[in-house]
Design a protein around this ligand. Structure first.
Ligand SMILES: Nc1ncnc2c1ncn2[C@@H]1O[C@H](COP(=O)(O)OP(=O)(O)OP(=O)(O)O)[C@@H](O)[C@H]1O
Ligand SMILES: [Mg+2]
Length: 456
């Protein structure tokens, strides 16, 4: 029987933690020579780099393969191991609870944070600097490179610094491994986030195709610009060298009445280009997660960035609406979060689609940020006929049903027609019939009109 991925991963993590333990011990002994006992076998070490790193040449675990593929150095491995330690062997870091007897406090050079629930030591960049550089300022300064956006840690969303607010030193920021890599390094499975409090996004998919989408040709041509960008951005940015002039990424705003195909179009773009589409309901994010919004949104953007996801922000008016003059501190806070979101939207290198039913209260500063603004109109009568016929294609329909007449007479959107379809199939089923009749359809339409506050 082959060894499971979890076992392989655990073995590598064991070795890596053993190694980290040794490195930490030696650093502490180098810093406090008196802690070294006479017979201590570790005296031979002049520097932490002398502790041999566990070999990953033949290592099939996820961590092993990543270390090998990205060719991580001693410094990078220490940082990665430190960020993993609280999750896999927290006691490795207990050595940093050593107290300075003279000042009756912890040693500043150990850095570290205290968790809200975790009772152990949470490493910061300071901790890494201490372990790697000791008191060598040059080495310490060079570590900053490892936290820059160009570094594979950041680029691949492996780990990053949890930046502190305000003017505190950079190195007081926590070393934070992403949920994505933590999952891969431990259970070995790839990370498919689900909607949760900390991940307010849901993957969208559709079984429909472009041929099912009923829209005016000019709307379709505007939509095709998005796919064209996805397909050709590399050529335009890299080969034509326009990456200096043009912002990376593509932002589009979809607006129009409910049920006109905005969400469907976003799904189809993803399906066509082979990209995952994640929907984020902004009205939920902006209202419910006040205070948590930035963290949650950062998570989504970070994941989306290196996954090539299309981000679909629904109910985007929650965003425009909040840019009001701040009257109290709660409003000011919301404004701050909106500003943060806008910044991330603007900096994102993939495709972002925002959808809203209202465009009226969107300010001009905001509309400048979009490459395309696409209006999804309610369908006209010939489009409605197409929608009726497409939607009821798979169903038996009585001869008395006159779709041209229905399409002409009732001003319904594609979304409402789908609701009528659902209503009719249930009605037929209840009757013990396989066929929909015109009374079912009329009743279904009546309900849709009532929902919209209109009469037939
Ligand atoms: N233009 C269209 N062509 C084909 N089908 C459509 C169209 N518009 C809507 N539909 C059907 O209605 C369903 C719901 O539409 P969709 O969710 O895309 O509307 P929406 O514009 O996103 O609405 P909302 O503003 O309420 O979010 C679609 O899955 C599809 O079956
Ligand atoms: Mg929608």
């Amino acid at each position: 029987m082959s060894t499971s991925m979890v076992t392989l991963n655990a073995q590598t993590l064991q070795r890596e933690m053993d190694w980290l333990q040794k490195v930490i011990n030696i650093r502490i002994q180098l810093r406090f020579p008196t802690t070294r006992s006479e017979e201590d076998a570790l005296v031979e070490y002049q520097d932490v780099t002398q502790v041999p790193m566990p070999s990953v040449q033949q290592d099939p675990s996820v961590l092993g393969r990543i270390i090998k593929a990205l060719d991580f150095t001693f410094e990078e491995r220490v940082i990665l191991a430190l960020s993993l330690a609280p999750h896999v062997r927290p006691q490795v870091l207990d050595a940093f609870f050593l107290k300075d007897k003279i000042h009756e406090r912890y040693y500043t050079e150990f850095g570290g944070l205290k968790g809200r629930f975790h009772s152990g030591f949470l490493p910061t960049a300071e901790t890494a600097a201490f372990v790697i550089a000791g008191e060598d300022i040059e080495k310490r300064v060079r570590l900053i490179e490892l936290f820059k956006p160009e570094h594979p840690f950041y680029k691949n969303n492996i780990l990053k610094l949890n930046l502190n607010q305000g003017n505190e030193p950079l190195f007081s920021s926590g070393l934070h491994i992403s949920d994505e890599y933590l999952t891969m390094f431990t259970s070995g499975s790839s990370y498919k986030p689900d909607f949760s409090m900390s991940f307010p996004a849901k993957r969208l998919a559709t079984r429909l195709d472009w041929s099912d989408l009923v829209l005016d040709p000019y709307v379709l041509s505007e939509i095709s610009e998005i796919s064209a960008w996805i397909e050709h951005q590399k050529t335009i940015m890299d080969e034509w060298g326009l990456s200096k002039q043009l912002k990376r990424g593509y932002r589009s705003l979809f607006y129009g009445p409910p049920g006109t195909g905005k969400t469907l179009t976003a799904c189809l773009i993803g399906k066509q280009m082979g990209l995952d589409v994640y929907r984020i309901d902004l009205s939920q994010v902006v209202s419910k997660y006040i205070g948590e919004t930035e963290k949650n949104m950062a998570k989504i953007f970070d994941l989306a960035e290196n996954k090539n996801w299309v981000l679909f922000f629904d109910e985007a008016d929650a965003l425009f609406g909040k840019r009001t003059s701040a009257s109290d501190s709660k409003d000011r806070h919301a404004n701050q979060e909106v500003a943060y979101l806008l910044q991330r939207v603007e900096d994102f290198s993939g495709v972002i689609i925002l959808a809203t039913n209202l465009k009226a209260n969107m300010d001009i500063a905001f509309s400048r940020r979009f490459q395309t603004i696409i209006y999804f109109p309610a369908p006209n009568s010939s489009q409605r006929l197409q929608l009726w016929e497409n939607s009821f294609r798979g169903l038996e329909v009585d001869e008395d049903v006159d779709f041209p007449y229905i399409a002409d007479r009732h001003n319904l959107t594609g979304g409402s027609i789908i609701n009528v379809l659902r209503f009719c199939s249930l009605a037929a089923l209840r009757r013990g019939s396989k066929s929909v009749n015109s009374a079912d359809i009329e009743e279904g339409i009546k309900r849709e009109m009532q929902k919209a506050g209109k009469t037939v």
